[in-house]
Design a protein around this ligand. Structure first.
Ligand SMILES: [Ca+2]
Ligand SMILES: [Ca+2]
Length: 339
């Protein structure tokens, strides 16, 4: 074969394979993520303590990012027991990719509300005759009263992925669709707390897929919401220690989220079994809390700090250090508690 033809062939092969070879990069996680339900064959919270339970046959299907949750529109749902860190006060963001396969009013993507409508929040679809067809509604309870933001019709079409988000900063509640703020209402004050569980795809309602549901304890900026949307199938980056590769040396990852409030996760990894201690110190070097002190196996490990000292009292905002000691190895990193 003449050289020029071989070159042309190589070029064509490069062109054919280039798009699939370039997987979409993931987005660095925005700060203050409280919970993340990724739908990867479990209902666990990737960043927080709020693991969910798949109920009534809720299952998984191909997602926007990896796998997604699938709800049958009859009775499927995910139940996440109440945890105080889901009462987000005057700062909240909830976002997800959704893929409805039928239309309906009041089909909640996520909600934390009582049956008596006291406190909490709801993000749900609307449909005629009760609301705009294939629209979106966000409700928060403030001062005992529900306040809602309702979009125009057909912002969440059937049988396709749409990114939806709602943010509230104690002043404005904004509803985003595919990264663009399309509806906003002015409110003042913190969202009334609710001790009800978080429910994803509320019982008897959601029909289709929900993926990459995140909850933050602050209002993300418009740019941050847009960046999650444009990350698309790349999604938000998970920590590298989640990879099941053999551990070659002792490692201590940056905590996440960071800054954090009220709790954060610290991942570390051991190349071999070792006596390990993981302690939190304040800026003056005083021991605040011991998170781990045990013989541990080789491989990845994870610890959580709830921002409390050994007496169980919440500590003040500020810089803290966490130190891993394993055999001869000591690694210290810095984290910020921001209330
Ligand atoms: Ca079912
Ligand atoms: Ca997923």
């Amino acid at each position: 074969m003449p050289r020029s033809l071989r070159l042309l062939g190589s070029l064509l092969i490069a062109l054919i394979f280039a798009p699939s070879a370039m997987a979409q990069p993931c987005l660095a996680p925005p700060a203050n993520m409280v919970s993340w339900w990724a739908g990867e064959q479990n209902a666990n919270d990737v960043v927080g303590p709020n693991n969910g339970a798949m109920q009534n046959g809720a299952t998984y299907a191909a997602g926007k990012v990896g796998q997604a949750f699938f709800f049958d529109g009859v009775d499927d749902r995910i139940l996440v027991p109440h945890h105080a860190n889901q009462n987000l006060g005057a700062g909240i963001t909830v976002d997800a990719w959704v893929y409805p396969v039928s239309s309906g009013h009041g089909r909640s993507i996520i909600q934390k509300r009582s049956t008596l409508d006291i406190g909490g929040f709801v993000l749900e679809t609307t449909h005629s005759p009760d609301g705009p067809a294939n629209g979106l509604r966000s409700v928060v309870w403030v001062g005992g009263q529900p306040v809602e933001a309702v979009t125009a019709a057909n912002v969440v079409p059937l049988n396709t992925w749409t990114h939806v988000a709602v943010t509230y900063d104690g002043c404005w509640m904004t509803v985003y669709v595919d990264g663009i703020g399309i509806q906003a209402v002015h409110i003042m004050g913190a969202i009334d707390p609710s001790n009800e569980p978080v429910i994803i795809g509320r019982n008897s309602t959601w029909h289709g897929r929900i993926d990459e549901l995140h909850m933050f304890n602050r209002a993300l900026t418009a740019l941050e919401v847009y960046e999650i949307y444009t990350a698309g199938a790349g999604g938000i980056c998970k920590t590298p220690t989640a990879v099941d590769a053999p551990v070659r040396e002792t490692a201590l990852s940056q905590n996440y989220p960071n800054p954090f409030n009220p709790s954060t996760v610290i991942d570390f990894a051991l190349p071999e079994a070792a006596d390990v201690s993981l302690n939190v110190f304040d800026a003056n070097g005083r021991l605040v809390r011991s998170l781990a002190r045990a013989r541990m196996n080789a491989g990845p490990h994870s610890a959580r700090w709830d921002g409390r000292d050994a007496e169980g009292d919440a500590v003040a905002s500020g810089v803290y250090f966490y130190r891993l000691q394993s055999g001869e190895t000591t690694i210290t990193r810095k984290m910020v508690l921001l209330k």
